[in-house]
Structure formats: C-alpha cells, structure tokens
Design a protein around this ligand. Structure first.
Ligand code: CUK
Ligand code: CUA
Ligand code: CA
Length: 642
C-alpha cells in the first residue's frame, strides 16, 4: 500500500463509518511490516492492526478483520429461520463456513434425497419446509461439551439434533399432541439430559375436528421434554395459557417459560387484553416424581406420559407455579451466574428479574404472592424482546420498537427496585433495525466471556444493495469487551434466523474424514451386508426382482462402475463409497434428468433411490470438483424399454 493511497483516504468520515479502504491505509502507516512478514503477503493480522491504533473504535474494527489465512476465534451457529437449515459462521469475521441442512431439502448434499437423510427425517420427510428459531449447544456442568446442537422446527412441530463431530443432523423427532414447537432450551446441569420445547398454540384434545371451542377445558398446550440421547419425548406438562420462550437454571431443578396469551385469545386484541401475563416455572424433579408415582395420563395413540400443570380452582399443581409479569412477555434468559430468569416485557417497557433462589420457597408455599420472586423490573425502553449477558454483571436487552440495544446492570436494577436512586442504564446503542434476539459469546454457560454481542435485526432497510422487495435480515456484531458497545460489522442473513449461538473454537472438535463405522450410514452398511457386499472394494450390480442395487466405490477421478443396465420401471438404488482418504476430497453423484444428487465425502457411504422410468442412455457425473479430471468423472446408465 503506497503512502499516496493512504493520504487519499476520506477525511470527513466518523470513526465507525471509516471505510475499510481508508482504514487499511491508516493502519498500514502505523503498523509497519508486522503483518506482511507474518503471512508472507500484503495482508496484516488482526493483532497487528489492533496494535497499530490507540483509538477504541479502530481497534474494535481491526479485530473483525480476520486476515486471509487466519482462523476465527468462535464458532457461530445460526438458525436458518424458515429456510430450515443451520449455518456455521466464523466469529468475529462473520464468514459463512458451512450450511447444515436439517428441515429443508438441499440440492448440494442431497439432504432429503438420499436414503441416509430420509431415514433420519423419518415420516416427516414428506415435509419440504421447516422454520428454525433456536439453536442450542449441549452442556456438561454448565459448559458447552461440543457434542450436539439442537434446534426447533416451529412449522412442523419438530426438534432436530446435529452431531457436532460431523456437523450433520442425525435425529429428528416430531413432537406429538402439540402444535408448533417454538421456544427451545437445554438442561445445563449436571448435563444435557433433557431438551425442552414449547408447544406454542393450544389445541383441543382430542383434536378430531369436533371442537372449535378454544376456551374449553380440553383445549391446551404443553411443555415438552425430549431425552437428548434417544431424542424420544420423555414427558409433557399441560399448562394454562400458551408458551413462548424457555430457559433452564444452573441447579437442574427449575425451567421457566414465558406466556403471552394467558387470555387464550384467538385474535390480536384478545391476546393484549390482560395487563399481565406470566412466567410459568416447572419443577423438573417434581414432574419426574409424578410420573414415577403414576400420576399422569396419555393422549390418543401416544405413550408419552402427560402431567397436568394447570391451576385447578385457583390451586397450584404440584409441578408448576405461575408468576405474573407485564405484558405479553417474550424472551426468557437465565443469567450466567445462575441467579436470575429474566423475562422480556415486549408490550411493557420492562424486564422482570426473577430470583431463582426464591423459587424453592414459592413451590413450598412459603410466599404469599408469587411476585415476591421478582427482585427487579427495570424500565429499559420500548419493546424489550431478548436479553443476553457479558458475565460481568451486565445485561443487554434488545428494544424492538426503539431499534436499540440497551446495556444495563442487574444488581443496580435490583437496588433501584428497592427504592435506591441509581441509574442502572449504561448505554443505548442504535441497531439497524428492529432487533429480535441478541446473543453474547458463551452467554448461556457459566463461562460467559463478554467479548462479542450479536444482534439479529429483523429489518435491514437500506443497509445493503437493494435486491428487490424481499430484504435480508441484518445481523450486527458489536464489540462488548470494553465499557462501551461498539458496532463493528453488518452481516446480511437469509431468512430471519431469529437466534444464534457462539462457542469458543476449542470447544468444537469436528472430524476431518468419516469413520467407516459411523452410525450415520449404518443402515446402508447393514443392507450392503445382506447383499454380500464389501463396500470398500466391491463394484457390483444386484438384481432383486424389480429392484436393482448398484454398489460402487469412488476414487478421484473415477467411479468403480462407469456403466450399468436396468429395465424401464426398475427401482434403482445407487450406493457409493468414497475410498479416498484425503481431507476435503468430496465426490458427488448426479444422475442427469432424474432429480438425484448426493455428497460422498472421504470415507463416507451415500445412497439414493430413484425409478428408472425413461428408456435411453442417462449420464451420471461427479458434482464436487475433486481432481483435475473431475469433469471426466462420469458414467452411463442404460435403461432398456419395458
Ligand atoms: S423468537 Cu424470533 S425474535 Cu422465535 Cu426466540 Cu424472539
Ligand atoms: Cu469426483 Cu468430482
Ligand atoms: Ca397477553
């Protein structure tokens, strides 16, 4: 970079608006050759950039520029919203590294097309859409253990699990007896035994089309617990009102959910009638005790034990307590010190801080009023939706209507609630625009480190080049490591992720090539065994009535079988084992004009089934560029007329 170029940088820009081009010039002057020597080319490392300036805003901006060849510090897992997938981003660069198809059909990997993925999708493979909101990472002793990520599908009432060692979805469960799993969180302590999912909408039981009376006694929704290992629904708890977001504590005893529709209304006006709705608290061991004692029912064909957590004639159940909070609350977030559940007011400018150490007394009947559990109700601004934490006693709440994030101090808000004159609001920062979730690094664990804050803005308006009437969302990265929040990056996302989660990079340990014994393709290995096939070596066509099974290997740049013959109307299953052992050497398989595509990564076995319904010669080819002769990696299927 020449001095001339840096001298030409625009003079009048403010600090945050400093252009990258100008910034490059400015920093290069101060930092000398440090970055150049480090990477052997004209790029400068983040650390060198940050060291080159004393200005806090410039330092923050420099941290985001992960130079070519440098790795990010955090994994970010993004919900793909109603696009139905999960995405992996590097933080702080916000580079999208990978996409993990879950509730969608994916043309590149063949998710939803391959036999392995359809086996995991089960009966729900008939759905081609999903609506993810809440990705959460499994924990042991309140820390991420790198095993699983769980995510909800509001659209088709499912919960999915992603194995973090291979970054693939390996289980999907459709939750019975409820509609629309929305809020989703995990048990933190002692480990993630349960995955909790909120059924958002109440429905009649049985839902057989004979009742449309939504106020009726048999019309309700439920809190659902899935076993994190088996992914079976362990139990369900009937609640009053509806359920929105949920979280769990650090003792393993209490989970809490917000309810915005205590009115059980079916229209907007009705759902805003009450000045207060509530947070419902669940006593998990008490629920397990009810089931053990046989105090449960089952619904329809489902065998899942169902415990009634509703109030009866004003009397509390054994398993729940309802804490009134203002008005149509939304987010529910546990503070990383384990002390508080914070419910976000949405239609009220407040958050309600619930002291978790008062909950045993509430359940024991020692409190006159459940609101005695509330130790602060700070006024923050308009439309509080979600709160996250820096591990230094501060909370960060999104204000949807104000288009801001407000940083506030929890203990000071508690003192103010007691009547002391103290200003608990530390800073309000404009975001762009209308933020929903926010998420600080490691905030859901006991290790919240207060480095980065992600704000997921619902509207991007004019922040990007216009791309037609549909706009991307705008996920904004904010440096919170100092006293001041500093906005450093805009990241467009599709489509409305709702939520994301960040883990330190040392907490996630993915494999580089597949293990031949991986359960992901075990059913396919099982089938091959029955056909007498050794997948790693055999290239064979097996005819079984109208079914034809083609087994082949792939090794760059050839398939083990380059031609095979079937009859019109045959159901053909192609199974390919990639015997290459080289990291990043993925093959694909596309059968032209048959709607068939799949990924076969190193040491993976993949298979796909289709009907050969058109006579003729049909080419197949490798779809992932694997070799200089990748274009030549091809073969032909001859379909003889019936
Ligand atoms: S929800 Cu979308 S902004 Cu589904 Cu967690 Cu709050
Ligand atoms: Cu194999 Cu491209
Ligand atoms: Ca309401």
């Amino acid at each position: 970079m020449s001095d001339n170029e840096s001298n030409n940088k625009p003079q009048a820009e403010d600090k945050v608006g400093l252009s990258r081009r100008g910034f490059l010039g400015a920093s290069a002057l101060g930092a000398g050759l440090a970055g150049v020597t480090a990477l052997g080319s004209a790029v400068m490392t983040r650390d060198a950039w940050a060291a080159a300036t004393k200005d806090a805003h410039e330092k923050a901006m420099a941290k985001v520029h992960v130079a070519p060849g440098e790795l990010d510090d955090y994994y970010g897992f993004w919900s793909g919203g109603h696009q139905g997938e999960v995405r992996v981003l590097g933080i702080p660069s916000m580079r999208e590294i990978m996409r993990i198809p879950v509730f969608n059909v994916d043309s590149a990997t063949g998710w939803g097309l391959t036999n392995e993925s359809r086996h995991i999708l089960g009966d729900s493979a008939k759905y081609l859409n999903g609506d993810c909101h809440h990705p959460h990472l499994s924990m042991t002793n309140g820390k991420y253990d790198g095993k699983y990520l769980f995510i909800n599908d509001k659209a088709n009432t499912r919960v999915a699990r992603i194995r973090l060692d291979i970054m693939k979805c390996d289980k999907i469960t459709t939750v019975p007896n409820v509609q629309a799993i929305h809020g989703l969180r995990l048990q933190k302590v002692p480990y993630t035994k349960y995955v909790f999912g909120n059924g958002e909408f109440f429905i009649p039981h049985p839902n057989d089309g004979t009742s449309f009376d939504m106020q009726a006694e048999n019309c309700y929704t439920m809190y659902n617990a899935l076993d994190a290992e088996s992914m079976e629904v362990a139990w369900q708890v009937i609640v009053d009102g509806n359920l929105d977001n949920t979280d769990m504590d650090y003792t393993g005893r209490f989970a809490a959910s917000t309810c915005y529709n205590s009115e059980k209304a079916t229209d907007l006006g009705g759902a805003m009638r009450n000045e207060r709705d509530w947070v419902v608290v669940f006593d998990i061991p008490a629920i397990e005790a009810e089931i053990k004692a046989g105090r449960f029912i089952t619904l329809g064909d489902s065998k899942v034990p169902v415990v009634d957590g509703r109030k009866k004639e004003g009397k509390d159940s054994r398993v729940t307590r309802y804490i009134p909070v203002p008005k149509n609350p939304h987010g529910c977030n546990t503070s990383p010190d384990g002390k508080y559940f914070i419910a976000n007011g949405k239609l009220s400018p407040t958050c309600s801080v619930i002291a978790i150490d008062k909950l045993p007394d509430l359940f024991a009947g020692k409190l006159k009023d459940p609101r005695e559990c509330i130790v602060a109700e700070p006024e923050l601004g308009l439309g509080p939706l979600h709160t996250t934490y820096d591990g230094r006693g501060n909370a960060y709440t999104t204000l949807f209507i104000d288009s801001q994030v407000v940083k506030w101090n929890i203990e000071e808000a508690i003192r103010a609630y007691k009547g002391e004159k103290v200003n608990y609001i530390k800073q309000k920062l404009d975001v762009h625009f209308q933020p929903g979730h926010n998420h600080a690094s490691l905030t859901e664990t006991a290790e919240a480190d207060g480095q980065w804050l992600m704000v997921l803005s619902k509207f991007s308006k004019d922040r990007y080049l216009p791309c037609g009437p549909l706009h991307p969302e705008n996920d904004q990265l904010i440096d919170i490591s100092g006293d001041e929040m500093i906005l450093v990056h805009d990241g467009p996302t599709f489509a409305e992720p709702h939520d994301c989660i960040m883990a330190r990079r040392d907490q996630i340990k993915p494999k580089k090539i597949w293990d031949r014994n991986d359960p992901f393709f075990a059913p396919t290995v099982e089938r091959a065994k029955k056909d007498g096939i050794t997948l790693e070596t055999d290239n064979k066509v097996i005819r079984d009535g109208k079914k034809v099974r083609v087994y082949m290997t792939s090794s760059a740049p050839t398939y083990g079988i380059t031609e095979f013959t079937v009859k019109q109307g045959d159901e053909v299953t192609v199974t390919i084992t990639n015997i290459d052992q080289i990291e990043d050497l993925t093959h694909g398989f596309v059968m032209v004009n048959h709607g068939v595509c799949m990924e076969i990564s190193p040491q993976q076995t993949s298979s796909v089934t289709f009907v050969a319904d058109k006579p003729g010669v049909w080419w197949y080819y490798c779809s992932w560029f694997c070799h200089a002769l990748h274009m030549e990696m091809m073969g032909r299927m001859l379909v003889e007329p019936a």
